[in-house]
Design a protein around this ligand. Structure first.
Ligand code: LFR
Length: 473
């Protein structure tokens, strides 16, 4: 078969990339054609994404992709979850795009947290727990703060939906992104009237979610990309990352996508609901085909990224990273680990100070070196991953045999080992741009050059290199 080229646009909260996948029927070869930093900016006490800046980076990446691979067949885009764009009927942006760490949702979060009956009702309806970044809380705040928005806005597009619209001219809501909003009905996979009413959000802002793999049409108004198709992939990066997992049949694999967040979850034939799932903050998000992937959000390498900001001598090259990890691995296990669920870690002015404050509250000594923090954070995240594993085993009755780990965290051997030790299971760490691969898998299936996701995973697993970390007793 002829080699097929597809471009995956993968936007993360701290960096974005455009990666071209070349598929020859058996093997996927990735070429990163563009990478750029990302971050939110603050204005008037609120946090916003630079939407025009992101679009410009996407265009730069796509032009580079087309130049290097003139036969580019299609484009797919995934981003972090929950954040969204309010537009009018014509697609004009009518409200600034807030970033999910904006503290504006705190009052709504506390209000819902205090009302047991409402909390249970929303969880039963949507399968999504009360988390500070939920789209539901964000939209509730937007409407309360600026009531005129109800007249101005006609549509709510999650970020991947919005970029799909810019590229193709079609406005759709895709299911994996929709499932992060806390507004989707956990039973039907359409929008939940109960949740929309509770947060007083106009139902007309959303349309019945489409599945990943839907072709949206050719790129429009972009002469350099004439003839390239836009395909809606699993728009939520975590759903795309999970789609790339070279999972063994039988369901014995737990997945971790380890990046800014550690997303710990698995694929399941039904949601995990009820008081225990709610208490454990289990989010029943969806794969691109609408199937369930119960998930727990562990704070992730955000802790480390932010802590290192306070060290002038933070690592900047692969060599410096590997020296830092080696120094961290050589240190003894800290006597006291962090409670990684502490809300103080969401957006502190100084992460190092927030960590030190938590340790001091427990009369523990803060580390003195960057390596000390790497060790402390990695071991603490490992325990967080293992706690999620145990929750899922208890709630689903499954026994997991392996942990498959993708994302930037796969290169952090201290984190991988800590996870294996705390979980008592082998961790298979894949040096894989998991999110981009899942994004590409969805495009290749839509183009019918791959028969199914299962077939793709089986082929992928043949060539994929992994490092296995066995638990140390
Ligand atoms: C990861 C991620 C998580 C989501 C968080 C906020 O990039 O998408 O899955 O919970 O970002 O959207």
């Amino acid at each position: 078969m002829k080699t097929v080229h597809c471009a995956a646009i993968d936007l993360g909260a701290t960096s974005g990339r455009v990666i071209v996948g070349a598929w020859n029927g058996r093997r996927l070869v990735l070429t990163e054609v563009h990478r750029f930093p990302n971050g939110f900016q603050s204005l008037g006490g609120h946090d916003f994404w630079n939407l025009p800046g992101l679009w410009q980076e996407i265009c730069t990446g796509l032009i580079a992709a087309k130049r290097r691979f003139p036969k580019l067949a299609s484009i797919g885009i995934d981003t972090w979850g929950v954040d969204h764009v309010l537009t009018n009927e014509q697609g004009r942006v009518v409200f600034p795009v807030h970033a999910y760490r904006d503290a504006r949702t705190q009052p709504g979060l506390k209000r819902l947290g205090r009302t047991r009956a409402a909390l249970e009702r929303i969880y039963a309806a949507t399968g999504i727990p009360n988390i500070f970044f939920n789209t539901s809380l964000q939209l509730g705040e937007t409407i309360a703060a600026c009531p005129a928005i109800e007249d101005l806005a006609a549509r709510c597009l999650l970020l991947p939906d919005y970029f799909n619209f810019l590229l193709s001219g079609r406005m759709e809501n895709e299911i994996s992104s929709a499932s992060t909003t806390q507004l989707l009905d956990v039973r039907t996979g359409d929008w939940s009237r109960a949740a929309l009413d509770h947060f007083r959000i106009p139902a007309g802002w959303f349309t019945t979610p489409i599945r990943a793999g839907t072709a949206l049409g050719p790129v429009r108004d972009f002469p350099e990309l004439a003839g390239v198709k836009v395909i809606a992939v699993a728009g939520h990066d975590t759903a795309s990352a999970f789609a790339a997992m070279p999972a063994a049949p039988g369901g014995g694999d737990l997945y971790i996508s380890a990046g800014t967040w550690s997303l710990v979850g698995f694929e399941h034939d039904r949601p995990l609901l009820g008081p225990r799932a709610l208490a454990a903050n289990v989010a029943n998000e969806r794969m691109g085909d609408g199937s369930f992937r119960p998930l727990r959000n562990v704070i992730g390498l955000w802790l480390l990224e932010q802590t290192l900001q306070d060290f002038a001598a933070r690592p900047r090259s692969d060599r410096e990273w590997s020296a830092l990890l080696q120094a961290a691995a050589a240190r003894p296990r800290p006597a006291r680990l962090l409670d990684v669920t502490d809300p103080a870690f969401v957006k502190p002015a100084s992460m190092r100070a927030a960590i030190d404050a938590q340790l001091r509250r427990h009369r523990a000594q803060p580390p003195r070196t960057a390596a000390g923090y790497v060790r402390l954070i990695s071991d603490s995240l490992g325990v967080g991953h293992a706690a999620a594993l145990r929750t899922f085993q208890e709630l689903s009755g499954r026994t997991f045999r392996r942990i498959l780990l993708v994302g930037g965290g796969a290169r952090n051997r201290v984190l991988c080992q800590a996870t294996a030790d705390a979980a008592g299971l082998p961790v298979h760490a894949f040096a894989l741009e998991g999110t981009a691969v899942g994004n590409l898998a969805s495009q290749l299936t839509a183009l019918r050059v791959v028969p199914s996701l299962a077939a793709f995973r089986a082929l992928l697993a043949v060539h994929l290199q992994s490092v296995v970390y066995n638990p140390r007793s």
